[in-house]
Write a protein that binds this ligand. Sequence first.
Ligand SMILES: *Cc1c(COP(=O)(O)O)cnc(C)c1O
Length: 460
Amino acid sequence: MTWQWKTIIEPFKIKSVEPLGFTVRDERLKVLEQASYNLFKIPASKVLIDLLTDSGTSAMSAEQWAGIMRGDESYAGARSFFVFEKAVQDVTGYKEVIPTHQGRAAERILFSIVGGKGKCIIANSHFDTTRANAEATGAQALDLPIKEALDFEKPGLFKGDMDVLALERNLKEKGQSVSMVIMTVTNNSLGGQPVSMKNMKEVSNICKKYKIPFFIDAARFAENAYFIKLYEKGFENKTPKEIAKEMFSHADGCLMSAKKDALVNIGGFLAMNNTEWAKRAREIEILGEGFPTYGGLAGRDLEAIAQGLKEVLDEEYLNYRLKSVAYLGEGLRKHGVPIVEPPGGHAVYVNAKKFLPSIPVEKLPAQALACALYLEGGIRASEIGSLMFGKHDEKGKFIPASMELVRLAIPRRVYTQSHIDFVIEVFGEVAKKKDLIQGLRILEAPEYLGHFTAKLAPVS
Ligand SMILES: *Cc1c(COP(=O)(O)O)cnc(C)c1O
């Protein structure tokens, strides 16, 4: 069915509700001060609309909750494992299915097999944990996005694509030291932009030519499949499931954080056709995650993932999902808020450097905007800028990040269109008062992943 109406309706009704965290401005100012202007330190009960992440924040369906009750908690060979295994095989087409407690555990296991000193792993863009796990083995993690991906203002359809010329050049130069090529769908690190089937096929062919294994980081595979249906020629009449299957058919395996497109709050997996690798993966799995038929999860979690993988490919759901994110982007544009174009599948990214030109990057404009959003309307977003990626050189001088973005990630099936309208309205207010927004300075921050725990204060 194609939805011809302007109003985006949620393709579900609500059976269970939880209250939002209403606060008043004075209270929010105190909360911000107590949290040292770090939004990770704010109790969720003091947040009205939480757009910090789309990871593990999905609302589960009645069928998923029914699966929770059906979960078989046998230590080995639980019935729920076979339900899960079949669901993953059904979507991906891969034979070997290995559950993990979340995506990064799948990364750690995979890179224990293909990583190591002297190896190189190439991706359209590695997600932070993917990069960290690859580098932790001593391997190099190389990003080869297309150049358009880095031009935030330029619209484009498949800005998640990999630069195939650069890929081939690197494979020629580096030869067999490249141990794996990974395609992240959608490309989370660069705006949640989709990858085209054409690009997937080209990358697959190049990998075959050079005999390099090709994997998919499938966290948002369903959103990617629906972008292909909407915008790539020849896919209009295919179902998202057929498109997803075709995507997976071009690769040798995948890793997935089920906390995204499997519509659950915890879980992940590794899937592949290589039985030799799967055997080694299961040996590593037992050391850190648990027996291979549960992999750090409860039987009930496996049931919820199996059901989520089916529901996420529903066309009404995907249409609503992409439309509601695009709707937020449209609303922000109307208030003159510069966003990364086009809106991604799971989030809208605001270009804070452009929105707050009077705050220099040393004074963290993206974090300042994120704090202003909380103060104005109790909205929590995440900074992707110099607080997250800024570094210090040997002399201790601060080197800011190349981008100052505020990511508004939309949890799946959690907020309604009126919540999104509210977010747009708050942005309108923030835009009016933007000259009053103060920059921030870092009081203290640990060396690694400092954005989670840093303490900050306003500067005038
Ligand atoms: C979230 C994510 C991961 C890591 O998964 P976790 O479940 O958070 O451990 C890996 N890759 C991508 C693209 C992700 O979005």
